[in-house]
Design a protein around this ligand. Structure first.
Ligand code: COA
Length: 225
């Protein structure tokens, strides 16, 4: 892919390293530098590129010529990423999206900025996505669902059709949401959880209790053997 835009990555952690690989080999962006806050500046180069203090970034890489991506994970329930998302916007940076060429994103899906979509995601028609969202690999986002801002959706998460997910929510690996369900804001859905009712805000879910219904399938559906 030809490189038409220049990008600064915020962060120098494992996610920033992965983001560097994917932006470099699968996008129109050329990564030119990394940036972290001065107090976290422990080395001055990564992959041969400069790591500069965030406090100096506008002088060195002005927002008129460079875009930025905030490559942070879900610390403080996504609030650290949200903080720098807002701050970089305030500095005047355009916040770049990465959408893997190996993801299925239907043509009428809408999304904001600072969105990172890994390979093998399926995002069906009429989905609306906010800004500052990480969709790690292999999720299913069902048709007509609405995702808020500042989310982290791990891997192999299933969000069925007509669901909503509130701001700042984290969804652990292999969690599953039935259709027409509202996940509130500030929820932490643990790995493997199955959500079958609206959650409300600020809830932590762990585990997946399953129990057989009192009615058998034969009684419930009137099937005569
Ligand atoms: C939900 C979660 C945040 C719970 O964290 P926690 O409150 O610190 O829980 P703990 O690790 O102290 O475990 C407490 C108990 O809950 C159980 N538990 C924790 N998470 C669970 C889960 N997802 N499903 C079932 N049981 C779980 C533990 O086995 C433990 O049980 P015990 O008391 O019988 O030993 C965490 O386990 C989780 O699922 N995180 C998401 C992981 C993930 O998807 N990472 C992807 C990153 S890309």
């Amino acid at each position: 892919m030809s490189k038409t835009k220049k990008l600064i990555l915020f962060g120098d952690s494992a996610f920033a390293e992965v983001a560097f690989e994917l932006f470099t080999h699968d996008s129109e962006y050329e990564v030119v530098a990394f940036t972290v806050n001065k107090e976290f500046l422990k080395k001055d180069k990564l992959f041969g590129l400069p790591i500069v203090a965030y406090e100096d970034v506008e002088k060195l890489f002005p927002p008129a010529q460079f875009e930025m991506h905030i490559a942070l994970v879900y610390n403080t329930l996504n609030r650290t990423r949200a903080k720098f998302y807002n701050d970089a916007k305030q500095k005047g940076y355009k916040l770049a999206n990465y959408v893997s060429t190996r993801a299925f994103v239907w043509q009428n899906v809408s999304m904001g900025d600072n969105v990172f979509i890994f390979e093998d995601n399926t995002i069906q028609p009429f989905v609306k996505m906010g800004s500052d969202i990480v969709l790690w690999s292999g999720n299913h986002i069902g048709h007509h669902s609405v995702l808020g801002n500042h989310l982290f959706i791990s891997s192999h998460v299933v969000i069925s059709g007509f669901c909503t997910v509130g701001d700042y929510t984290f969804m652990g690996v292999n969690s599953t949401v039935g259709n027409n369900i509202n996940i509130g804001k500030d929820c932490l859905i643990g790995s493997g959880c199955l959500i079958v009712k609206d959650t409300g805000d600020g809830k932590l879910y762990k585990g997946t209790p399953n129990k057989a219904d009192e009615l058998s399938i034969y009684e419930k559906f009137g099937i005569k053997e």
